[in-house]
Design a protein around this ligand. Structure first.
Ligand code: CO8
Length: 258
């Protein structure tokens, strides 16, 4: 595993942790940090025994968004091919389950990164918001698209137009946060949740993720066909035989991801 400056990354059993590590800048995303996240993800993708990738933030912040100090140096041409948007697309399409663990501020690009993950866990003191229009820019890394699918047009417009932060209870009520967790139980609860994912067949999770994500963009009959084709493929996997056999034999399945 390479050593990065802006990101801590390590593997613990089948979990791969990516911790945003610029606490002095409230974990704002500088270019190097985004490159490091991409490299860490590429490493996690290649490790067969990694089953879940977990994003967290060092200190009492998840992430405060793009590094505002870099924005004035960015040209319109660079903004046309934004690193952040392409990184978050990579995260959204990532073949393994991803979980964002939020403890503290989750703003702008931080909220968009969380939206690109499959599940979100947050502490009660966390705060969420999309303050980009105060800076003269928009949430340009899935905030006007992926996030709208997740929490709806009206709520995204409210967050963008007013620029106010919302608390964790509201974020849970609108379906952005899956689990609210006490700060002192955070690590334990993350591991409990992640372990439940690791007990499932990896290929089944991968196909389920693709089917679920594509549904909103395709007609129902095409979605059903995608579901059928995915299922037919899964019926040819060793893990499907193992899962069914383990149930019949009343034991835990041992999945190998094939
Ligand atoms: N970028 C750079 N530095 C930051 C950022 C940031 N996003 N947020 C905080 N910091 C730094 C501060 O400058 C400060 O550093 P220093 O001590 O050196 O002055 C340190 O972190 C602590 O910040 P504060 O003193 O402001 O701490 P507070 O507790 O008073 O406030 C807040 C915390 C509310 C989080 C406040 O810092 C804040 O409002 N931050 C900015 C949040 C924001 O506007 N985020 C959106 C950024 S834009 C974005 O994400 C998408 C842009 C799309 C670009 C697309 C390109 C193509």
């Amino acid at each position: 595993m390479g050593n990065f400056i802006n990101v801590n990354h390590y593997k613990e059993e089948s979990l791969y942790w990516i911790e945003l590590n610029r606490p002095d800048a409230y974990n704002a995303f500088c270019d190097e940090m985004m490159d490091e996240i991409k490299s860490a993800l590429t490493e996690a993708e290649g490790m067969k025994d990694v089953r879940v990738v977990i994003f967290s933030g060092k200190g009492k912040v998840f992430a405060s968004g793009a590094d505002i100090k870099e924005l004035n140096a960015m040209s319109p041409f660079e903004a046309l091919f934004p690193r952040m948007q392409s990184l978050y697309d990579f995260i959204y399409q990532f073949p393994k389950p991803t979980v964002a663990v939020i403890d503290g501020y989750c703003l702008g690009g931080g909220m968009e990164l969380a939206a690109a993950c499959d599940l979100r866990i947050a502490t009660g003191r966390s705060k969420f918001g999309l303050p980009e229009c105060k800076l003269g820019v928009i949430p340009g890394a899935g905030g006007t698209h992926r996030l709208v699918k997740l929490i709806g047009e009206a709520k995204v417009k409210e967050l963008v137009f007013l620029g106010d932060m919302m608390g964790c209870t509201e974020a849970k009520n609108i379906g952005f946060i899956n689990f609210v967790v006490e700060e002192n139980e955070l690590k334990e609860r993350i591991i409990d949740i992640a372990k439940k994912i690791t007990e499932k067949a990896p290929m089944a999770l991968r196909f389920a993720k693709q089917c679920i994500q594509k549904q909103a963009d395709i007609p129902q009959e095409v979605g059903m066909l995608l579901e059928n084709l995915s299922q037919a493929y899964l019926f040819s996997t060793k893990d499907k035989s193992e899962g069914v056999t383990a149930f019949i034999e009343k034991r835990k399945p041992f999945f190998i991801g094939e």
